[in-house]
Design a protein around this ligand. Structure first.
Ligand code: C2G
Length: 448
């Protein structure tokens, strides 16, 4: 019996896939089809897959050509599969010509003709028209957003707004963005959605204006500095059936998502403590140290640490307290303790104090260590008393890492889904509420 294997994503299964599967089956007597897992595809940069793995498996099954379907989940699996299943022929479309020569050592490699004129990419493009995004603010992160948006299909940055037209012009030249505006209403008229990357204190006003104008909003961290403001804005978004998402990039990254599901599934037992640190030394005349622009460690740096705590321990904290070192009216160092009835947590933040920026999640059976810089999670370890049980997990943190939040934002818009489990509105409100408690000052001791 001749056994054949082939692999693919098979997103929006089409005639090209069906031809390929038929030809692969004709090469032998038994066809195994490897369908890529969602996380494997994300890892190799395929961010725009529409059908989930179960839908894609069902679609392959429905063709009737596969005698067996397996899931492809890691790099190198093809060699394992070929040996495990005693494969005679590895077949793949001709677009991969030359890429799988290394498998010749294990079986025969056959490149089958690719069906011209059809692809998943084309079908994806047909089912959506591009979401036209405008950027408010022209700082460093706005530039990164443009390069990252190129990795997400179905979105296009078409306009930029800055109250100073000269700055909008410079940005628009540099990043080849057509529309440039200093009038917010004309800008909002031209776009479907906005990405807000302006100074903290302007977020509330811009979000509200954009939502009232009927536009979806992705807003940089910290979205706002008060819980009631956050709640009001999410309620407005919901009333208008619009997406409002806080761009807490770590929350959308594949590694962070995997870490969370591992912890939730109990690999370290019950979580008893979360400790998150982040420091970035800055000096001089910068926004981060300017009290008039809501500078300070808590407003600048707490979003990721608070996100991790709220995601892992929930929103019902029982007790909050802070210690800060203040210089020129801003906290250059803050340590916050957020206690729950069944767990403790702490954040350590520094703009004028340097510390190890890691994340440690302690549980009754073991702990997770995410080394610095943990907010760009690409590697973490699950550690136990018995070191032989330790596990290391590696991921690609692609580019600047903004593509994951852009992808989630775009898919929420396309699917008409106004809530994201990756960072829900109530989690975002809770984070803003903790920042607000800090700013009020009643729970803060000032270090001498
Ligand atoms: N295909 C085809 N004709 C098309 C489109 C795709 O013959 N018009 C073939 C591809 O060459 C591939 C299979 O259909 O053999 C699945 O294609 P995709 O779903 O795009 O999957 P791909 O990214 O090629 O995954 O480990 C994964 C594999 O390496 C291939």
């Amino acid at each position: 019996m001749i056994k054949v294997i082939t692999y693919g994503t098979y997103d929006l299964l089409h005639e090209g896939h069906i031809n390929l599967l038929r030809r692969a089956k004709e090469l032998g007597d038994y066809l195994i089809v490897g369908v890529t897992s969602d996380s494997f595809d994300r890892g190799r940069g395929k961010l725009n897959v529409r059908n989930n793995v179960l839908e894609r498996v069902d679609a392959v099954k429905a063709t009737g050509y596969a005698d067996e379907i397996i899931i492809e989940d890691y790099v190198g699996q093809k060699i394992d599969d070929i040996q495990k299943f005693g494969i005679d022929i590895f077949a793949i479309g001709s677009d991969w010509k030359g890429k799988f020569e290394y498998l010749n050592e294990y079986c025969k490699v056959v490149y089958l003709p690719r069906t011209e004129g059809i692809s998943s990419t084309m079908l994806r493009a047909k089912t959506t028209t591009d979401i036209n995004i405008g950027i408010i603010g022209t700082g460093r992160i706005a530039g990164r957003f443009i390069s990252e948006s190129k990795y997400v299909s179905g979105v296009e940055v078409t306009s930029v707004y800055n109250p100073k037209l000269s700055e909008a012009n410079v940005f628009s030249e540099k990043f080849a963005v057509k529309g440039r505006y200093d009038d917010i209403d004309s800008f909002l008229e031209k776009v479907d959605a906005v990405y807000i990357a302006s100074p903290h204190l302007t977020h509330y006003g811009y979000i509200k204006q954009a939502l009232l104008f009927g536009k979806h909003v992705l807003c940089e961290i910290p979205m706002v500095l008060r819980g009631d403001e956050a709640k009001e804005l999410y309620e407005l978004a919901r009333k208008k059936n619009l997406v409002l998402l806080e761009a807490s990039k770590t929350a959308f990254s594949p590694a962070w998502n995997h870490l969370q599901v591992l912890v939730k599934s109990g690999v370290i037992g019950d979580v008893i403590d979360v400790k998150a640190s982040l420091s970035k030394l800055v000096s001089g005349d910068v926004r981060e140290l300017d009290a008039n622009q809501a500078g300070g460690s808590m407003t600048e740096l707490s979003s990721f640490p608070l996100m991790s705590i709220v995601k892992l321990l929930g929103m019902d904290y029982a007790e909050l307290n802070f210690h800060s070192k203040i210089v020129n009216g801003v906290d250059v160092f803050t340590r916050g303790v957020i206690n729950y009835d069944n767990a403790t947590s702490s954040i350590t933040l520094g703009l004028g104090v340097k510390t190890e920026g890691n994340l440690v999640i302690s549980g009754t059976k073991g702990y997770v260590l995410v080394p610095s810089p943990w907010w760009l999670t690409n590697y973490f370890e699950v550690r136990y008393e018995d070191q032989n049980l330790n596990q290391k997990y590696f991921y690609a943190w692609q580019g600047e890492g903004l593509r994951y939040e852009i992808q989630e934002f775009a898919s929420m818009i396309v699917q008409g889904r106004i809530s994201s489990y990756k960072l829900s509105w109530i989690e975002s409100v809770t984070i803003a509420g903790i920042i607000e408690e800090y700013i009020k000052g009643d729970r803060t001791k000032i270090l001498k």
